[in-house]
Design a protein around this ligand. Structure first.
Ligand code: TXD
Length: 307
């Protein structure tokens, strides 16, 4: 059986653990610093086995020894964004948290693939690469699947086409400057630009860019976790099943799209080894410019890291 460790037993971590269990993708180790939190949630999930019928197992712990030899480690630990708090406010605190976690992951699961979820996503993923010393193929961030899923949902509401028949594509950093790509977004195989008038489409693009904030403002405390956990688990599934599926992920660029030494949301082919290939789409000059702005923002934030 595959083994996936989820670090952080908060909203995203616990929901991701539940989805992995119920899909029977792997046995799960759920780890949190708060004594009893991961243990309690794991016990609760195990008590649902006879009802749900899954055969996978979950252990809750505060001890990294239990995470030994994980195939994948999903890092969700950190502070969540509160209303009025920007992603940037989170950076210093979460860098400290994620930095500490990465040392333990390297120690106990040196062959693992790390999926970073903690915000600010692109910066945390870059830091994880540098701290772990892992090859870039084994350090991936989750953002693009979520941003594209949000885009697909908004487009489905507009067109009344079920979201699972919409192939949405959003690139760039996981921030206000992310880049929805209408040309590569297909509704029943047709580019969305041929279906939705430009003005309406623009409004949907903007709503997608603010997708996280909209939910933070509604919830008042905490941030989104159902779609984020689904998105992280989609990456886990593609990797464990060696599917070769192309998903938009936060991946390391070494020349692709004209960028070097930076993490950015791009389509990647996922296999059992992690990122098998970065897929380069043909972008319009405007999209290229938007991607450049998004990457510049990430690079600026990375510059503030103490690594
Ligand atoms: O698209 C994306 N990448 C994101 C990112 C979508 C949604 C949420 N995103 C970010 O994930 C969010 O901004 C946060 O940085 C993380 C986790 O969000 P979540 O909503 O799960 O936050 P919680 O519920 O506060 O859970 C965080 C848990 C909590 O239980 C803490 O006790 C724990 O992290 N924590 C730790 N666990 C282990 N080790 C350490 N050091 C640690 N510090 C805190």
């Amino acid at each position: 059986m595959n083994k996936v460790t989820v670090i952080g037993a908060g909203f995203v971590g616990a929901t991701a653990a539940q989805r992995i269990l119920e899909k029977e993708l792997a046995d799960v180790v759920l780890l949190d610093v708060v004594e009893g939190l991961a243990q309690g949630k794991a016990l609760d999930m195990m008590q649902s086995t006879s009802v749900e019928g899954f055969t996978t197992n979950i252990v809750g712990t505060t001890n990294y020894a239990d995470t030994k030899k994980s195939d994948i480690v999903v890092i969700t630990a950190g502070l969540a964004r509160k209303p009025g708090m920007t992603r940037d406010d989170l950076q210093a605190k979460n860098a400290e948290i994620v930095g500490g976690i990465v040392s333990e992951v390297v120690r106990y699961s040196p062959e693992s693939i790390i999926i970073v979820v903690t915000n600010p996503l692109d910066v945390m993923t870059y830091m994880t690469l540098k701290k772990s010393g892992f090859p870039a193929s084994r350090v991936i961030g989750m953002a693009g699947v979520l941003d594209s899923a949000r885009y697909a949902y908004f487009l489905s509401v507009e067109t009344k086409v079920p979201a699972n028949e919409i192939q949405a594509m959003v690139l760039g950093g996981h921030g206000d400057l992310m880049v929805p790509l209408p040309k590569y977004t297909l509704i029943k195989g047709k580019p969305v630009t041929e279906i939705i008038p430009a003005e309406k489409l623009n409004a949907i693009n903007v709503r997608t860019q603010n997708g996280g904030v909209e939910i933070v403002n509604l919830l008042k405390t905490g941030s989104a976790y159902y779609a984020p956990s689904s998105s992280a688990v989609a990456m886990v599934e593609a990797i464990l099943k060696d599917s070769g599926k192309v998903l938009p992920c936060c991946a390391y660029l070494s020349g692709e799209y004209g960028f070097q030494n930076v993490y950015c949301g791009v389509p990647v082919r996922l296999t059992r080894n992690g990122v098998d290939k970065v897929i380069e789409l043909q972008l319009t000059p405007e999209e290229k410019e938007a991607l450049k702005r998004s990457v510049a923002q990430v690079t600026e934030q990375v510059g503030k890291l103490k690594i």
